[in-house]
Design a protein around this ligand. Structure first.
Ligand code: ADP
Length: 379
């Protein structure tokens, strides 16, 4: 044998070998599905003899019943229309009844006149990928269940804690009034009672925030709609917060006489309280916090600006997600539950408003809230 012939023979054998023992199943069928060529991999998977398949069996005959229906209603029309199908998940059924999930790819060959003559089909074993997908889904289900359980627990705990706390707060305030009236307590005792009252109020706020989360989750956070002048509300709020600070100054710039929005005064107060308290909490006491109120077209925009720790860029997109805290907030040991901004965003959106943030780590932050101005109320 000539060297050239030998090389050609070897090449033919190895191509044949490649085809027969490929890591995927190969089939050639005529357009109605009748099998005309099949490789060994497919025979091993399905446990069929080659001649059995080639003596009149169709691809549809080696599919499960749902697979057959899917092939006829999905793959055949697609092959007819676009000439190929890709990555179709379908189940093979072997001669011994064993089911093998595969991904099917098929190409339609036509003759010179455009009439379909053959379908060339490649099948990939999908067992590993399916097992991986099942595991992924199970993990996601478990994570969702854990989140649901956490939310249920927090909502239940908040409800249960509210009643004893209300009683505690009521009684401590009663005690304070009586002590003031009767003037019979030492300064030290009065101070202790004040601490109990302050901490109870703090606890009450945390519980109210948790209840807000649960109200949002169940679609029960409702707002009143009355005219509220932000140019009155915000300065009053700043005065109240300022009174609790020792040396720190909150600066305010308001360029408007009034900025009336339709909304819920208490909820709007909660929005600005939160943003101002965050600005104070996440910045050094030597740096200023500035609030700017201005009109932007048909909207009033309120900016709360600080020169504090800022927000890492990777955290910006998750900032308004419940229970989320950026890594630098946790590293700095500032306490918090990560629900303030989540509730703020919800309240702002219930007012048809928008909240945005501009920040970079160690570069300070500016939170901007804007609401439509209630034009029909402005004379
Ligand atoms: P909390 O302050 O209780 O953690 P928030 O929902 O109010 O929860 O805020 C969520 C997170 O957003 C904070 O944990 C912090 O990482 C970040 N953040 C909010 N405001 C600021 C700010 N002014 N400066 C820097 N980071 C902030």
């Amino acid at each position: 044998m000539e060297l050239q012939d030998l090389a050609a023979a070897l090449l033919a054998t190895s191509l044949e070998d490649l085809y027969e023992n490929a890591p995927c199943g190969y089939l050639v069928t005529v357009p109605d599905g009748q099998i005309v060529k099949v490789n060994r991999t497919f025979l091993t998977w399905t446990n069929y003899q080659r001649q059995v398949l080639l003596e009149g069996m169709r691809l549809q005959d080696v599919l499960t019943l749902p697979g057959r229906i899917f092939y006829e209603t999905h793959c055949t029309p697609l092959l007819h229309m676009q000439g190929f199908v890709q990555e179709v998940a379908i189940d093979l059924k072997g001669s011994d009844g064993i089911i093998l999930p595969v991904f099917l790819n098929a190409v339609q060959d036509c003759d010179a006149s455009g009439t379909p003559v053959l379908h060339r089909i490649t099948l990939f074993d999908a067992r590993e990928r399916r097992a991986y997908e099942r595991e992924l889904k199970a993990s996601r289900d478990r994570a969702e269940q854990a989140i649901q359980l956490r939310d249920q627990f927090l909502s239940l705990a908040a409800h249960e804690l509210r009643t004893p706390l209300t009683s505690l707060l009521g009684n401590v305030q009663l005690l304070q009034r009586r002590a003031n009236r009767e003037n019979n307590m030492s300064t030290r005792d009065l101070r202790s009672i004040q601490i109990i009252a302050d901490q109870s109020i703090r606890l009450n706020k945390m519980i109210e925030s948790l209840l807000d989360v649960s109200r949002i989750e169940t679609g029960q956070l409702a707002i009143e709609r009355k005219p509220v002048d932000l140019c009155t509300l915000i300065p009053r709020l700043i005065d109240e917060v300022q009174a609790t600070l020792d040396e720190r100054q909150i600066e305010m710039r308001c360029q408007l006489q009034s900025a009336i929005v339709q909304g819920d005064e208490l909820r709007l107060e909660q929005v600005f309280q939160n943003l101002i308290q965050n600005a104070l909490k996440y910045s050094a006491s030597t740096t200023p916090v500035t609030v700017v109120i201005q009109q932007l077209g048909a909207h009033v925009a309120v900016e709360v600006h600080d020169q504090g720790i800022g927000i890492p860029s990777g955290a910006l997109s998750q900032l308004f997600t419940r229970f989320y805290r950026a890594s630098n907030a946790q590293e700095g040991h500032t306490s918090g539950m990560g629900i303030g901004l989540y509730v703020v965003k919800e309240i702002v959106e219930l007012h048809n408003g928008r909240i945005t943030v501009e920040s970079a780590e160690n570069q300070g932050s500016t939170f901007t809230v804007s609401f439509p101005i209630a034009t029909d109320l402005v004379s």
